[in-house]
Design a protein around this ligand. Structure first.
Ligand code: ADP
Ligand code: MG
Ligand code: MG
Length: 252
C-alpha cells in the first residue's frame, strides 16, 4: 500500500522562494487534486518532487513508503515509483517513442528482468488502442511534431506502461478537447488501485468531472491554503479564486 508524505516542503528557483511549506499525505488508491491560479508554484512542486536540478529544496521532508525521497537522485526517484506527466513534455530528436518507452520501463527493472520485446510490443499496442492513438506514433521521434493533445496522450501512454506508485499529472488537460479528455481520464481511472496514489494538478475543474478526486487542495503563493472534497473544485469553477483570498485575507 502506497504512502506518500510531504512535510513543510520549501523550494527556491534561482534564489527566489516559490514553495513556502507544502504539506500533503497521499495514500494508495487516493486521488488528490491541486488547483490554483497561474504562477502559484504548482509545476514547481511537481518538479521539486521529481528532483529537477533547477529547483533547490531548502527545507522539509518527502517520503514514499518510508523511504526518503529527497535523498534520492532523479533516476532513483523514478525507480522508487515516482512518475511525472509534464505540462510541457520535451521533444527528443532521434529517439523513437517506442525505444524511449522500452528503455524507461527497463531502467526501472532489475538487470536480467527486462521486459521482452514481444510482451512490450503487445502491451504498447493495447494501451495505444485504449488511448485511441494512431499506431504510427510508436515509431515517431519522441514528441517531435506532436500536437499538444498528442503529447498529452503520449504522457498518459507512458504512465500506463511504467510501473509507478505515485503519479503526478501536471495540467494533463490543457490542450485536450472533450473527447481526448475523456479518453485520457479513462486511462487514469483504469490505473487507479491501492498500490498507486495520484496527484493531479489542474487549472480547470472540468478534468475532475471525469476523474473523481478524494481531496481537492487549493494552492496560492506557494502554500496549500485550503483543502476539501470535490465540492471545493466545483465552487472554484463557479466563483473563481477571489473568495478564497478574501476568506484567508490574502492580498496580491
Ligand atoms: P504554476 O505551475 O502554478 O503556474 P510555476 O510553478 O510554474 O506555477 O511557477 C511559480 C513561480 O516560479 C512563477 O513566479 C514563475 O515565474 C517562477 N518560475 C517557475 N519556473 C522558473 C524558472 N525555471 N526560473 C525562474 N522562475 C521560475
Ligand atoms: Mg502555469
Ligand atoms: Mg504549471
Amino acid at each position: 500500500m502506497t504512502h506518500f508524505v510531504v512535510e513543510g516542503l520549501k523550494a527556491t528557483i534561482e534564489g527566489k522562494e516559490i514553495l513556502k511549506g507544502i504539506d500533503l499525505e497521499i495514500k494508495g488508491g487516493e486521488i488528490h487534486a491541486i488547483m490554483g491560479p497561474n504562477g502559484t508554484g504548482k509545476s514547481t512542486l511537481a518538479s521539486a518532487l521529481m528532483g529537477h536540478p533547477k529547483y533547490e529544496v531548502t527545507d522539509g521532508a518527502v517520503s514514499l513508503n518510508g523511504e526518503d525521497v529527497l535523498e534520492m537522485a532523479v533516476d532513483e526517484r523514478a525507480r522508487a515509483g515516482l512518475f511525472l506527466a509534464m505540462q510541457y513534455p520535451s521533444e527528443i530528436a532521434g529517439v523513437t517513442n517506442s525505444d524511449f518507452l522500452r528503455s524507461a520501463i527497463n531502467a526501472r527493472r532489475e538487470e536480467g528482468n527486462e521486459i521482452s520485446l514481444i510482451k512490450f510490443i503487445r502491451q504498447m499496442e493495447s494501451k495505444m488502442k485504449e488511448l485511441e492513438m494512431n499506431p504510427e506514433f510508436a515509431h515517431r521521434y519522441l514528441n517531435e511534431g506532436f500536437s499538444g493533445g498528442e503529447k498529452k496522450r503520449n504522457e498518459i501512454l507512458q504512465m500506463m506502461m511504467i510501473e509507478s506508485k505515485l503519479v503526478i499529472l501536471d495540467e494533463i488537460d490543457s490542450g485536450l478537447d472533450i473527447d481526448a479528455l475523456r479518453i485520457v481520464a479513462n486511462g487514469v481511472n483504469s490505473m487507479r488501485d491501492e498500490d498507486r496514489g495520484f496527484l493531479i494538478i489542474t487549472h480547470y475543474q472540468r478534468l475532475l468531472n471525469y476523474i473523481k478526486p478524494d481531496v481537492v487542495h487549493v494552492m496560492m503563493q506557494g502554500r496549500i491554503v485550503k483543502s476539501g472534497g470535490p465540492e471545493l473544485a466545483e465552487r472554484l469553477e463557479r466563483d473563481g479564486y477571489d473568495w478564497v483570498k478574501e476568506e484567508l485575507g490574502i492580498t496580491d
